[in-house]
Design a protein around this ligand. Structure first.
Ligand code: NDP
Ligand code: GDR
Length: 372
């Protein structure tokens, strides 16, 4: 079994009190991007299902494990741990192959990415290296691990995106042509086709989940939904007054991340590998998100939002609305959290966060401009 490196962490979900299966009966999942929004929800989901979960994390000068710290247990109790973390990077093929050989997972979830569309225009080369070539590196590591071991029980999930549809009008389904509008989206198209190619060329059990936008209180703070709900909380608590945004007319099919990770897992439980759109089939503009989120706490967004051109993109994706009928029919998946509920969940959490920030600001431990 894998040896832990010095700062790698291990953890176990013990909240429901149920004893896990004996180690020899437990399935093993390997997750790249475990420290991200989806990685954290997927880890919770798989631990509840009785998996051992191995996460690959990248080196950062600060700890980047905030979203999974609640699952962490002291490494000195590592024999109890069912989540283990190791350093690797999608730009480092040797680390991917080494951990595949060591961990020998049953399921590989490739969630790691430079996932910010606007940032991909600033760092296109890096985005392509991690999102496109990084996925190829991982697929190749899986293929060569299978070739070396003769194993036939490995399944691969690729985190595809509705951004691949880009300029193609809605509703978008598995048969809708891709027309990507950013270096990120072009790179995700490459990763999609690498995955299809490894399925066709080598018979790999590999699935593309084409997921539409999904959000949560754990969403990165520079994505528009979380940027808005953070601002709502902080404005409500008197910590800021203005919110600078770009295009308010863009329309997105926003679901809840906790619902979407279940669809990832469902894809890998099918008899045959395939590609699936995962979406709520409802679309709302950024302006509608503002109406609901500010309105929920009795504020008028027009009093606070300022348009700042720096948040406009060189080429925009105007309208995304998924057709998830295949996922509903074949996987039996459907979203549980609707738009209004999602917005309220995020605002509720961010109002609480802002209240905690306010205590620190009032006590002089923090400047109101500072993020916690
Ligand atoms: P996040 O941005 O929250 O998480 C991305 C993860 O990738 C983080 O764990 C990050 O590590 C890691 N990562 C980034 N670069 C590298 C690298 N070079 N090597 C290894 N790991 C790296 O994304 P989400 O959780 O929201 O999304 C998960 C996946 O799904 C991504 O691939 C995204 O593109 C895709 N997707 C997301 C959708 C959404 O609406 N959320 C919709 C469709 C697709 P660190 O924590 O250190 O930054
Ligand atoms: P997106 O999400 O680009 O759809 O990619 P994001 O929240 O960044 O943008 C959604 C829409 O809001 C508009 N917008 C702003 N966006 C940001 N980030 N900041 C702003 O200030 C702002 N003002 C307006 C954008 O122009 C856009 O139209 C997300 C990511 O999670 C991808 O990784 C994923 O693949 C897709 O969702 C599906």
């Amino acid at each position: 079994m894998a040896s832990e490196i010095d700062t790698a962490r291990s953890g176990s979900l013990t909240s429901n009190g149920s004893a896990p299966d004996p180690p020899e009966h437990r399935k093993i999942a390997l997750i790249t991007g475990i420290t991200g929004q989806d990685g954290s929800y997927l880890t919770e989901f798989l631990l509840e299902k009785g998996y051992d979960v191995y996460g690959l994390i990248r080196r950062s000068s600060n700890f980047n494990t905030q979203r999974i710290n609640h699952i962490y247990i002291d490494p000195h109790n590592a024999h109890k741990a069912r989540m283990k973390l190791h350093y690797a990077d999608l730009s480092d093929a040797s680390s991917l192959r080494r951990w595949l050989d060591t961990i020998a997972p049953n399921e590989v979830y490739n969630l790691a990415a430079q996932s910010h569309v606007a940032v991909s225009f600033e760092i296109p080369d890096y985005t392509a290296d991690v999102v496109a070539t990084g996925s190829l590196r991982l697929l190749e590591a899986v293929r060569s691990h299978i070739a070396a071991t003769g194993r036939t029980d490995i399944k691969y999930y690729q985190a595809g995106s509705s951004e691949m549809f880009g300029a193609t009008p809605p509703p978008q389904s598995e048969t809708t042509p891709f027309h990507p509008r950013s270096p990120y989206a072009v790179s995700k198209c490459a990763a999609h086709w690498y995955t299809v190619n490894y399925r066709e060329a080598y018979g790999l059990f590999a699935c593309n989940g084409i997921l539409f936008n999904h959000e949560s209180p754990r969403r990165g703070e520079s994505f528009v939904t979380r940027k808005i709900t953070r601002a709502v909380g902080r404005i409500k608590e008197g910590l800021q007054s203005k919110l600078f945004l770009g295009n308010l007319q863009a329309s997105r099919d926003w679901g809840f991340a906790g619902d979407y990770v279940e669809a990832m897992w469902m894809m890998l439980q099918q008899e045959k590998p395939d590609d699936y759109v995962v979406a709520t089939e409802e679309s709302h503009t950024v302006e509608e998100f503002l109406e609901v989120s500010f309105g929920y706490v009795g504020l008028n967004w027009r009093d606070h939002v300022v348009i700042d051109k720096r948040y406009l993109r060189p080429s925009e994706v105007d309208n995304l609305k998924g057709d998830a009928s295949k996922a509903k029919k074949v996987l039996g998946w459907k979203p549980k959290v609707g738009f209004q509920q999602l917005v309220k969940m995020m605002v509720d959490e961010d109002v609480e966060l802002a209240k905690r920030e306010k205590v620190l600001v009032d006590a002089g431990y923090m400047d109101s401009q500072q993020q916690p």
